[in-house]
Design a protein around this ligand. Structure first.
Ligand SMILES: [Zn+2]
Length: 110
């Protein structure tokens, strides 16, 4: 019985993963996710949301061939232009009259 040497060559395919999360232009964290609305044909819409600061917006009329990276690029452009309509999900719970003690410093006449 002759021993056959089996050589197993592993072919490792390195698939470069497309980043699905992007840097947020407002808070700077990699927490922006992009979802596309499913349209049959024609331009599609991207729903963009930051999981960190709550920034949320939508971009419409994107070319059908656009992927997340393309949509993110468009999002950045629009954001920097200031023409983007931002929905802010976060409640302003940390803006409760911080440092305003004027009511306490009212003079008492006695
Ligand atoms: Zn953010």
């Amino acid at each position: 019985m002759g021993g056959k040497r089996k050589k197993r060559t592993k072919i490792v395919k390195v698939k470069p993963k497309l980043p699905k999360t992007f840097e947020c232009p407002r808070c700077g964290k990699i927490a922006v996710t992009i979802k596309f609305d499913k349209n049959h044909e024609g331009p599609k819409s991207a729903h963009i949301k930051c999981g960190s600061c709550g920034l949320e917006t939508e971009i419409h009329d994107l070319p059908p061939i656009y992927d997340e990276a393309n949509a993110y690029g468009r999002f950045l452009d629009l954001y920097l232009e200031g023409t983007l309509e931002i929905k802010d999900n976060k409640r302003n719970k940390d803006h409760e009259n911080e440092g305003e003690d004027e009511s306490l410093s009212s003079e008492t006449n006695q």
